[in-house]
Design a protein around this ligand. Sequence first.
Ligand SMILES: [Zn+2]
Length: 299
Amino acid sequence: MNHLFIHNCPVCQSKINGDPIVVPEIDPSFGKTIKKKMWKVLLKKIIFFPYYRCKCGMLTTKTFINEKTLKYLYSDMEENVYKDDNKNNDIETKKSYLAQIQNFLNSDKKKINLLEIGADNGNFLKLIKEFNNNISSTVVEPNKKMHKKLKLLTKNVYGDIKQLPTNKKFDLIVAIHVFDHIPNLTEFLKKIGKKLKRGGYIYGVVHDEKSIMAKILGKRWPPYTLQHPHLFNPNTINNLFERLHYDKNFIIRTMNFFNLGFLFQNLFIAIFKKKINFPSLFSIGLKLGNFSFLYKKQN
Ligand SMILES: [Zn+2]
């Protein structure tokens, strides 16, 4: 099982003990390999690494996929936006993120050095640049398939944080749906923290494992997947950033825009494991169980 490793709590570094509290139908901890097919396709059987509650409150796996294998698995994926849903909904969702940080981005159109990690298809960066074209942007995106698109927005495109120029410091780091994907999270945050100026900000969005949606769907809640070594709630994210000497600016439950037909289709897959093609109907904004946050690095 050399593609797997056993890890401690990503927030407090304690050893994970006791029984898991969210258990899949298939536990890959003892399987042979994680195939790309398992990674991409919505499987009939629910497969993920069991989640445990650490004594610090964090929800985390104990066994997870090692860095080398993850790199391989993430290297050529389709866009993260839901394929069947339309592009407008993705943009509507990202517009609401922009609204949360636009006061900061506006500041008299001052020159801002921005780093986006996990920039995906570049939709958010595009919105930011439309809002303030005086922003100098750099992106890190492990999925090489997105690089061509991203290069239309900035010449500074990297596949890994290790490749970032050593002398460059940022005013703002954006990471949307990133932190719940990264094993060795504290180490990762320390690395990117060094890229942040004193008093600089980190803005992110993650899934909320204490959301109503998570309670209703139980183990069928879609964020319980092979791609998430741990999942946050507002308390655990706060605990994480406090330990790393950041001050909270805000935590907000975010709105996601969906096509109603698409939403029904996915609920049916989650609950009944059946794909039914609903008519596309209209778009709605729902607080579906994600939250955003802004933290300021202490001086
Ligand atoms: Zn812990």
